[in-house]
Design a protein around this ligand. Structure first.
Ligand code: ADP
Ligand code: LRH
Length: 497
């Protein structure tokens, strides 16, 4: 065994985790990546006054704890990388201090701004220049909301750091802007490959806040002396990985050279395909796909689907009411529940905000003349089947946009622990699902570190390492006819709801 180790922080909307990756050479001479989770902690939104925030310092604390733990457990990572959810950011003042607590992307201050900014700038122009699906939380709308609220924070800010860059800065003292996360702002121009300063000027967003992006795989610099002393650990280098979790996850999809489709399945479901350049056509805009900058010079053409958020929120409510059921138990109940009883369009805007999710799903079903889910099992079944049908729709749209036909779907991320979801997705798309790895974002994060430290040549080789190191579970489709009928019901819903 060799001692090459990398520490990955993967912060999702529902939990953060620290994992160690080690390159090990087996007896057969083949190199494998062995991954060990060393720490996991909850992540959540906190309401303060009228706003929803992240608990950013708590996350920093858990990350520091993870670093200490890594060395206490006997690992010696030479590098670390951070990936997080997209779009959110912190502002630094002239002294380099964080101004206020970062907003959570589900804060309601961006309500109605897609329409307002669209009317001001033009939807087509916005899409051509930003490449993204119009999501209320895109950084552009968050900053515009602050401008509209005459937030003094914007006036004193000197630097904007997106969440992974902010956390890296808190650990290293070095300010950087990583490319993949920069492309989640809708303020980065993928065609020109630079920040869209004219658009910022137009919206009153200060353009001096933005640093020039660096590519994933770039070494940012060492842990600061202060943090190193506090934790009593040796020097470690921060690497700018694919700091957007989705992009790190895609980097860890064990695909070969052929075009492939993937579904990154966590709080959100991101379904898409890898391209070597953005596809900024009117049809891409109409079908509501994004072009996000990826690892290794790629662009990811993907659709942001509301995802397991619906189930997470229902579960949270049930937990809070004292009815604590694990995801595993919910899946069992759903397996036993009647199929196709009720379906929802998961991307209906009413499901975006937190709180009261079960009631919102019930109201949707009632309004569309369907039976209302009565039990946890029925509710879970409704959500899982609806997601599977939505995935079919998005997969076919990705095919329409690219002219490719995909033989199956790679599924990665925490959501694939829901085996019912994997099976129903295979049924819905009438093609196999190849599930794994679960910890794709953390693994992709490590891969970028291995590329930066010279242990891996490129993305292609990195993906081969994933395929050699982690088992893939295959779900073959079954029950075609019933799924076709359900799909027609599902697509008709959109018009009715
Ligand atoms: P994120 O990174 O967005 O926080 P994850 O990739 O960790 O999300 O995925 C979290 C989701 O995975 C949960 O919402 C839940 O639906 C699903 N999940 C987690 N554990 C299990 C499990 N044991 N069985 C079934 N589903 C699970
Ligand atoms: C998934 C994700 C997604 C973003 C959303 C804010 O974790 O990064 O790609 O759009 O969070």
């Amino acid at each position: 065994a060799t001692g090459t180790a990398a520490l990955a922080f993967d912060l999702g909307a529902s939990s953060g985790r620290a994992l160690i990756g080690q390159l090990l050479v087996g007896d057969d001479g083949a190199t494998k990546l062995e991954v060990t989770e060393i720490h996991r902690f909850p992540n959540y939104a906190i309401e303060v006054g009228d706003h929803l925030h992240w608990d950013i310092l708590r996350l920093l604390r858990e990350m520091k704890k993870s670093i200490r733990l890594a060395f206490q457990l006997g690992y010696a990572p030479g590098t670390f990388g951070i990936d997080t959810w997209g779009v959110d950011f912190g502002l630094l003042d002239a002294n380099g201090e964080l101004i206020g607590n970062p907003y959570h992307y589900r804060d309601s201050h961006t309500d109605g701004l897609i329409e307002e900014v669209g009317a001001l700038v033009g939807r087509e122009q916005l899409f051509e220049q930003g490449g993204l699906q119009f999501m209320p939380f895109n950084t552009i709308y968050q900053l515009y909301a602050m401008r509209k609220a005459a937030s003094p924070k914007l006036d004193i800010a000197k630097t904007l750091l997106l969440t992974p860059d902010l956390l890296a800065y808190m650990l290293t003292g070095i300010k950087a802007c990583e490319f993949t996360i920069a492309t989640t702002t809708q303020l980065y121009h993928p065609g020109k490959q630079q920040w869209n300063k004219p658009l910022m000027d137009r919206l009153g967003i200060p353009s001096h806040l933005f640093l020039d992006p660096i590519q994933p795989g770039t070494i940012v610099g060492p842990l600061s002396d202060a943090v190193r002393k506090e934790l009593n650990v040796p020097v470690m280098q921060a690497v700018a990985v694919g700091t957007h979790d989705t992009e790190s996850a895609v980097a860890a999809v064990p695909a070969g050279d052929e075009p492939f489709a993937y579904l990154v399945c966590g709080t959100w479901s991101l379904l898409g395909t890898e391209l070597d350049r953005p596809l900024l056509t009117p049809e891409t805009m109409e079908l509501e796909f994004s072009n996000e900058g990826g690892v290794g010079g790629t662009y990811q053409l993907l659709k942001n689907i509301m995802g397991l958020w619906l189930l997470q929120e229902c579960k949270r409510e049930w937990d809070e009411a004292g009815n604590e059921l694990g995801f595993g138990e919910l899946v069992k109940l759903a397996e036993a529940a009647e199929p196709f009883r009720s379906l929802v369009q998961p991307d209906d805007a009413r499901f975006f905000a937190p709180n009261g999710m079960a009631d919102r799903v019930k109201a949707y079903c009632a309004e569309t003349g369907q039976p209302v889910p009565r039990t946890e099992g029925e509710m879970t079944r409704c959500i899982v089947e609806s997601l599977a049908l939505r995935y079919r729709q998005a997969l076919e749209q990705a095919e329409r946009l690219t002219g490719n036909r995909f033989g199956g779907l790679h599924m990665v991320g925490g959501g694939i622990q829901n085996r019912l979801l994997c099976q129903l997705t295979a049924n819905a798309i009438s093609r196999p699902v190849w599930a794994g790895p679960v910890e794709a974002s953390a693994i992709g994060n490590m891969l970028a570190q291995l590329i930066a430290s010279g242990h891996c040549a490129n993305l292609r080789e990195a993906r081969k390492l994933v395929a050699d190191s982690f088992p893939i579970e295959v779900f073959e489709p079954n029950g075609d006819e019933a799924w076709k009928v359900a799909y027609d019901r599902f697509t008709a819903l959109e018009k009715g709801a």
